[in-house]
Design a protein around this ligand. Structure first.
Ligand code: SAH
Ligand code: SF4
Ligand code: F3S
Length: 448
């Protein structure tokens, strides 16, 4: 009889990709994915360590799941409980101290060892802890990535890890050193996705634009070259990439936004702060003006490019004037969408030891910045009304007769249309803006 695995994913898109790879690694030993933890024989929490709140969620979830360790045989017997991902990497054995009923703790670089760990734990050989950065590459040892079951749009990890060591960030510690997958592997995976019906690929990496993968000709490809090659894969109509670091936005990548039709005019480009003093303390390696100039160059290459970003407020030492610089930069650039966070001191990172700002100051700054960014997002969405946008339809809507898709700018768009449009790009006239989506009408009815 097959066994059932429930995987809960926290954090960034790379964790979403990794969770799918865990399911791939478990399939050969008989596990099928389920979406109810009560039904599962194995539960994996694929965790995120980026902010304190993210990490704490894991312990509360473990507390809730604990009773499934006592499940009677008639109801399936005790569940196997695993903590994977960035909290596992950062806290390792500490998790086994705080939650001794956990069976397995393994970091992002060890997920290919999952079958071996399960065998060991099932034999009663004790808990498994895998938080080394193994010398063997997980990408070489994992089974071929299966195309996503629901798949019109898919993530594809091309790069992992980070060598930038921004002073607030855990990623270089949880994901390890920067690594780029060989271009041929990426292209083969993209080809398999396309053959399975995927039309949009988002290339993932913690610093995706630092990509420098080995090429078949013995040389090295940067991200722009890789994107150009993926654009040639039959069936791939849209390409995105995330997350980029401003200092790795090379000339050829900017030119790709001008030259490659499939590359969507939407870029997530975290700036973190508008103050040079704070950017220096963060170790970001760029100034606020560097960022402004970069945005100008990108918009010259691709005038309809929409930008998204990440901001941190309340970094140690951030003054009112520094925060005003952040508001000024955001007001100038005009983001289509952006994330903003209160600084969260992370154990082991350089900024964590510095004197912290008052919580009330952080809260107030966050709400000011969010009000500005929300207004910008609203303005951007409203400016789309009356426009014709190509929409890739990827799922049925909530109401009968409705289908849902994404605009080039990642906006959710719903229209009334036959299910036959799913998996295709259609022209849509945008007619209204709702809280989190746009509504429109199909320009031409799809041929059924
Ligand atoms: N590699 C990306 C994103 C890293 S994590 C980059 O280079 O920007 C995603 C976002 O989380 C970051 O952009 C940052 O805005 C936020 N973040 C990271 N560490 C944080 C911390 N300690 N406190 C608050 N926000 C943080
Ligand atoms: Fe973290 Fe991004 Fe800085 Fe790397 S570049 S340390 S992932 S914020
Ligand atoms: Fe979180 Fe790890 Fe991603 S810390 S944001 S899951 S790289």
């Amino acid at each position: 009889m097959s066994k059932r695995v429930f995987i809960k994913t926290y954090g960034c898109q790379m964790n979403v990709y990794d969770s799918a790879r865990m399911a791939d690694a478990l399939a050969p030993i008989g596990f099928v994915p389920v979406d109810d933890p009560e039904q599962a024989d194995l539960i994996i929490l694929n965790t995120c360590h980026i902010r304190e709140k993210a990490a704490e969620k894991v312990y509360s979830e473990l507390g809730r799941l604990r009773r499934l360790k006592q499940r009677p045989a008639a109801a399936g017997g005790p569940v196997l409980l695993a903590v994977a991902g960035c909290v596992a990497q950062a806290e390792g054995a500490e998790i086994l101290d705080r939650a001794p009923y956990v069976d397995m703790v393994f970091g992002p670089q060890s997920l290919h060892r999952l079958p071996e760990m399960i065998a060991r734990v099932s034999r009663g050989a004790g808990q498994a802890l895998e938080t080394d950065f193994p010398v063997e590459g997980k990408f070489d040892l994992l089974p071929e990535a299966s195309a996503p079951a629901s798949g019109v749009a898919a993530f594809l990890t091309v790069q992992e890890g980070c060598d930038k060591f921004c002073t607030f960030c855990v990623v270089p510690y949880t994901r390890g050193a920067e690594f780029s997958r060989p271009a041929a592997d990426v292209l083969a995976e993209a080809g398999r996705y396309a053959a399975a019906g995927v039309r949009e690929i988002t290339l993932l990496g913690q610093n995706v634009n630092a990509y420098h993968g080995a090429a078949a000709d013995g040389g090295e490809w940067r991200l722009a070259r890789l994107i150009a090659a993926i654009a040639e894969v039959p069936g791939i109509e849209r390409i995105r990439y995330t997350t980029s670091h401003p200092t790795d936005m090379t000339e050829d990548l900017i030119a790709a936004h001008r030259d490659i039709d499939q590359l969507m005019p939407y870029l997530h480009l975290p700036v973190q702060s508008g103050s040079d003093r704070v950017l220096r303390a963060m170790g970001r390696r760029h100034s606020a003006d560097d960022y402004r100039r970069l945005v100008d160059r990108l918009r010259r290459a691709r005038p309809d490019l929409a930008l998204s970003s990440d901001f941190i407020v309340g970094f140690p030492g951030e003054s009112d004037a520094d925060f005003q610089d952040t508001l000024d930069l955001a007001a100038e650039v005009e983001f289509a969408q952006a994330y903003s966070f209160k600084y969260s001191p992370r154990p082991g990172t350089p900024a964590a030891g510095a004197a912290q700002l008052d919580e009330a100051v952080k809260r107030d700054r966050l709400s000011q910045l969010q009000a500005l960014l929300d207004a910008q997002q609203q303005a951007f969405n409203h400016a789309c009304v009356g426009e014709d946008l190509p929409v890739l339809f990827d799922r049925p809507g909530r109401h009968p007769g409705q289908v849902l898709g994404r605009s080039p700018y990642m906006q959710a768009v719903h229209v009334n249309a036959p299910a036959s449009v799913l998996g295709t790009v259609q022209g849509v006239r945008i007619i209204s803006v709702a809280a989190n989506s746009l509504a429109g009408t199909l320009k031409e009815r799809a041929v059924a």
